[in-house]
Design a protein around this ligand. Structure first.
Ligand SMILES: *[C@@H]1O[C@H](CO)[C@@H](O)[C@H](O)[C@H]1NC(C)=O
Ligand SMILES: *[C@@H]1O[C@H](CO)[C@@H](O)[C@H](O)[C@H]1NC(C)=O
Ligand SMILES: *[C@@H]1O[C@H](CO)[C@@H](O)[C@H](O)[C@H]1NC(C)=O
Ligand SMILES: *[C@@H]1O[C@H](CO)[C@@H](O)[C@H](O)[C@H]1NC(C)=O
Ligand SMILES: *[C@@H]1O[C@H](CO)[C@@H](O)[C@H](O)[C@H]1NC(C)=O
Ligand SMILES: *[C@@H]1O[C@H](CO)[C@@H](O)[C@H](O)[C@H]1NC(C)=O
Ligand SMILES: *[C@@H]1O[C@H](CO)[C@@H](O)[C@H](O)[C@H]1NC(C)=O
Ligand SMILES: *[C@@H]1O[C@H](CO)[C@@H](O)[C@H](O)[C@H]1NC(C)=O
Ligand SMILES: *[C@@H]1O[C@H](CO)[C@@H](O)[C@H](O)[C@H]1NC(C)=O
Ligand SMILES: *[C@@H]1O[C@H](CO)[C@@H](O)[C@H](O)[C@H]1NC(C)=O
Ligand SMILES: *[C@@H]1O[C@H](CO)[C@@H](O)[C@H](O)[C@H]1NC(C)=O
Ligand SMILES: *[C@@H]1O[C@H](CO)[C@@H](O)[C@H](O)[C@H]1NC(C)=O
Length: 567
């Protein structure tokens, strides 16, 4: 095991660096736990500059390498997405689809003008080994717009690296079959826009014995800042959208609720005060979290050889559960099959599920203040007996307990717009008493936003955002515990001569997985400069990253920020 600890100070880099001042953006995360001491095969998947690319994704054919051991026997697979940009542009969503399965959802850091920005994100896609074992269509949808005032293009290159397995690094476990729950489009990214509910007929192999569903979901447009939306009853003239701040992503099988998640609030790099997210993006902005639910209790229903209706939607705490437009959702089913080709049988024995969470909305309005609290709790309990074609009996117990609370303080006629939100929960499934899937999570989010002038063109924000999660997505995907806390503070002014602002960001991250890999990082930035950076653990790189330094002044940003109410 390899351990390093170091400190990078901006004065040191100032002394070391003489070349161009390209801003190196990054999201704090663990380096993928893939072996370094094994043969690697790196293949370029695509290269593309996304200028005016609305409705014009990059579509390529991808064939797996044959010179890093037998196809499908790899110890791991990673993607390297490296992008440069220069100019003014919004953050844009990026959807990577392979064989009609969404395999990575990202977003772009907003560029700066002059020397521009660069970022690299190394994404672990080992869990999609089943897909990468066959050639197929690979699509990157990155809908960018060029128009007056928006000239930033995203110049991208994407490589895949396959790590040969060896005695020390066995082939990665993976599903036998991965089934998309997507639009199945071949000419664009395969995520669906909801509302209304998205449904697809899916037929699973008749010898399926386990199904772990993975959900992708992110709020967009009027739903980008869903945590800031106000319950309809209290919306009045507040500068926000309605339908309140509670969002539940649901998956249904033939109209029966099978599992849910209370999503983590990913703040994109244009979010609120863009200068807060330079060069350290908000957690999840380059690699949006996904959520797993155990669909195995529905195996006896699904293995009849017929198509079944699988649905994904996003609902609120309002009476009719509506939301604004829109969320992008997709799903995929990681399926395990029996050695026998005989159909699986069995039955669902316990189904203790309500279609919607229990919610409350309470508010108090007094003078120029409105305080509103929305809460939700949810409990799901499902059991089934599964009999495989080869005769194995499995008793599956799937349970979810979730809690949510969001209090918004709209004070002094919305001069102050503060949020205290937390979503937490426990997902647990056991198969014959053995833990098959687990997710213990807590996503606290505190935002204090202050308008500094009556026109609301100068504003400041303080954010305290955490991602604490112990997750075992399935018996064959590596489980991990992640703690991340991000404290950011920034100030911004909208001006006709060009917006500008500043920001600081302090990040504390730790990772440990069930294979014994560890990583931790403490990194802080102020005014575009990294001011401290300590990394340690078995996955830490053996050389410190290089960050150019910038003169400590307000950074210019002519990009508009994303604000509540779409302002
Ligand atoms: C990622 O790709 C970029 C561009 O090809 C390359 O410069 C960089 O070295 C790669 N990083 C890793 C860790 O492979
Ligand atoms: C970025 O674009 C500007 C024009 O807006 C140009 O002057 C500058 O040279 C470009 N920088 C790089 C690194 O290409
Ligand atoms: C995409 O292509 C696949 C394979 O040719 C086909 O089965 C599917 O129907 C196509 N999807 C759409 C939406 O046309
Ligand atoms: C799904 O399949 C059923 C028949 O099994 C059919 O009645 C239904 O129209 C199909 N739905 C869609 C959306 O294709
Ligand atoms: C699939 O189920 C959803 C949720 O119950 C429902 O809205 C939709 O109409 C169903 N689709 C079909 C084709 O039955
Ligand atoms: C839900 O109710 C709101 C008003 O409370 C209304 O604006 C909206 O259209 C309703 N949505 C649906 C799908 O009926
Ligand atoms: C709203 O919350 C703020 C901050 O806690 C408090 O000072 C204020 O009195 C509350 N207003 C009402 C009407 O309860
Ligand atoms: C509250 O703010 C709105 C929007 O800025 C403004 O039109 C209104 O006059 C303000 N109300 C009071 C009582 O200050
Ligand atoms: C927001 O303000 C409240 C009340 O003043 C304070 O307790 C909290 O720490 C602040 N949160 C942040 C993220 O600054
Ligand atoms: C940030 O929030 C956490 C709860 O998630 C709390 O324990 C901590 O005190 C807060 N820190 C600051 C600086 O507000
Ligand atoms: C981040 O830490 C620095 C000290 O290293 C401090 O000056 C700054 O206020 C902190 N920022 C936030 C948002 O906590
Ligand atoms: C950001 O700018 C504001 C306004 O000039 C100033 O009050 C604040 O101290 C600055 N913050 C930092 C971290 O420099």
């Amino acid at each position: 095991m390899f351990q390093v600890v170091w400190l990078v100070t901006s004065w040191l880099l100032w002394a070391l660096l003489t070349h161009a001042q390209v801003l190196v953006d990054f999201q704090v995360t663990q380096p993928p736990p893939v072996p370094e001491d094994t043969k690697q095969c790196t293949i370029q998947i695509l290269q593309r500059t996304f200028g005016f690319s609305y409705g014009d994704p990059e579509i390529v054919q991808f064939t797996p390498p044959t010179d890093c051991g037998p196809v499908g026997s790899w110890a791991g697979i990673t993607l390297n997405f490296t992008v440069t940009s220069n100019g003014t542009q919004y953050d844009r969503l990026g959807i990577f689809t392979f064989q009609n399965v969404e395999i990575w959802r990202t977003s772009t850091p907003e560029p700066t003008r002059g020397d521009g920005i660069i970022w690299t994100y190394i994404k672990d896609v080992t869990r999609y080994t089943t897909l990468f074992s066959n050639p197929g269509t690979f699509i990157l949808e990155l809908d960018n717009l060029l128009e007056t005032g928006l000239d930033g293009q995203y110049t991208t290159v994407l490589h895949a690296t396959f790590y040969a397995s060896s005695v020390n690094h066995p082939p990665a476990s993976h599903a036998d079959v991965i089934i998309p729950v997507t639009t199945l489009a071949n000419n664009t990214g395969d995520d669906a826009s909801v509302p209304p509910i998205f449904s697809l007929n899916v037929t699973v192999p008749r010898n399926t014995v386990g199904i772990y569903a993975e959900l992708y979901a992110s709020g967009n447009a009027d739903e980008e800042m869903w945590y800031w939306d106000v319950a309809n009853e209290y919306l009045g003239d507040l500068p926000s959208f309605g339908f309140g701040p509670f969002r539940e992503v649901r998956m249904l099988v033939d109209g029966q609720l099978a599992g849910v998640t209370f999503p983590y609030a990913v703040i994109f790099t244009g979010g609120i005060v863009p200068t807060c997210w330079r060069p350290i993006t908000s957690y999840g902005a380059l690699d949006l979290p996904t959520y797993f639910i155990d669909l195995s209790p529905f195996v006896p229903l699904l293995t009849d050889g017929e198509p079944h209706n699988i649905s994904i939607d996003v609902v609120s705490a309002e009476t009719n559960h509506s939301i604004n437009a829109n969320w992008y959702v997709s799903g995929n089913l990681h399926v395990t099959t029996d050695t026998s080709s005989k159909p699986t049988t069995g039955k669902l024995t316990v189904y203790d599920v309500e279609p919607f969470a229990k919610t409350t909305i309470t508010g108090v309005q007094s003078g120029l203040d409105v305080n509103v609290t929305v809460t939700a709790t949810r409990s799901i309990h499902i059991e089934a007996d599964i009999v495989s074609g080869s005769g194995a009996h499995t008793h599956v117990v799937w349970s979810q307990q979730l809690q949510f609370s969001n209090t918004q303080y709209w004070l002094d006629n919305a001069t102050f717009q503060n949020i205290a939100q937390t979503a937490s929960g426990t997902f647990l499934s056991t198969h014959n008493g053995m833990v098959a899937l687990q997710d213990d999570f807590s996503y606290p989010l505190f935002i204090n936003y202050t308008n500094l002038n009556p026109e609301a063109t100068i504003f400041a924000v303080d954010i305290n955002h955490s991602y604490d999660r112990t997750s075992l997505p399935s018996p064959f995907i590596l489980g991990s515990t992640i703690h991340n806390q991000q404290l950011t503070s920034g100030w911004f002014e909208l001006a006709s001569s060009g917006n500008f602002g500043n920001g600081t960001s302090n990040n504390t991250f730790s990772y440990a997985d069930r294979a014994g890999n560890t990583y931790s990082r403490e990194v802080g930035a102020a005014l575009n400069n990294i001011i401290y950076d300590h990394q340690s653990g078995s996955l830490a790189p053996n050389a410190p990253p290089h960050f150019p330094s910038f003169s400590p002044q307000l950074s210019m940003s002519s990009t508009n920020p994303r604000l509540p109410g779409g302002r």
